[in-house]
Design a protein around this ligand. Sequence first.
Ligand code: AMP
Ligand code: MG
Length: 356
Amino acid sequence: MKENLKTIVFKVDPENPEEEKISVAAEAIRRGGIVAFPTETVYGLGVDALNQEAVKRMYEVKGRPPDNPTIVHIAEFNDVYKLAVDVPEVAEELMRRFWPGPLTIVLKASKIVPRVTTGGLETVGIRMPKHKVALALIRASKTPIAAPSANIAGKPSPTTAQHVIQDFYGSIDVILDAGPTKIGVESTVLDLTTKPPQILRPGGVTYEELKEVLGEVIVHEAAKARESVQLIEARSPGMKYRHYAPKAELIVVEGETNRIVEEIKKLIDEYSKMGKKVGVMATDETIENYKTGIVKSVGSRLDLSTIARNLFRILREFDDEGVEVILAEGVPEEGLGLAIMNRLRKASGYKIIHAN
Ligand code: AMP
Ligand code: MG
């Protein structure tokens, strides 16, 4: 692993990225270096997607298993046809409707994509991020950028540059800090090589939105994350590995809101008696109910985008405060709720309680 690198951290204007800073970062990408950059979803750990050595080094630094593919980020629609072959018409419709934006489409990979980038698969996941800094970096680098989330494998994804600094200061070349990310959960991964198309990972573009365009779309069983699903082949390896996990034990309580609150109150008592430091991930509507423990609201049940935005930051905060057990409220699986519950259940290692 590359260590004790002199990491350059630049504050960048999210609306008008400074050219000099972007060009230093792009130069690092062109030399095969690693640059962390903001997108509208989470921060990414970027390298030249076509440079095998750079991709390998990024996997090492992140501690990512080599069979977990990385999304390739582009800034021009036409780059799709360089990276993929047999692009179906429906892909173009989706690109027009959702790009730039939090939708990754999985297509048959062309020859120029190194198989280290695709985790050995014959398919490639591609997206165009909706963030001026990301787009400026890709354009200046003059190459597609392969980027997983900029966290050490297994940890909660980074939604601020501080999270990236915690994990990678001294082991990557440049960190572009443009403040907190807007969406807070990763892109939706949609496989277009199957009929009907399948959501392999729920994310920033919702099932409902995709259904409107596609008519028929399936949510892969593992993407629902109801429980761990045995996968013979990792179609989308986010499915296979423990993910997003804080150091603390995390328990998700699901069901009707009032029942969730009652169950969590009981659990707070039980864990406190055991001498555990307990954290509660509540919502604006329920927070008043909890009188003991470290209680934080993750956002409002009336606007799930607020919960998506804060989710990973709150998990990291509980860790920073030495919480040993986090009790998290579930939300309905509608709209962004599907992505939120996918992240929470995986982060919990499927420690799920149904409060009924
Ligand atoms: P991360 O890079 O941490 O946001 O995770 C990227 C996710 O995108 C992986 O977990 C995969 O599930 C998914 N992905 C990327 N490329 C492909 C692909 N070719 N086929 C299936 N899933 C993919
Ligand atoms: Mg990730």
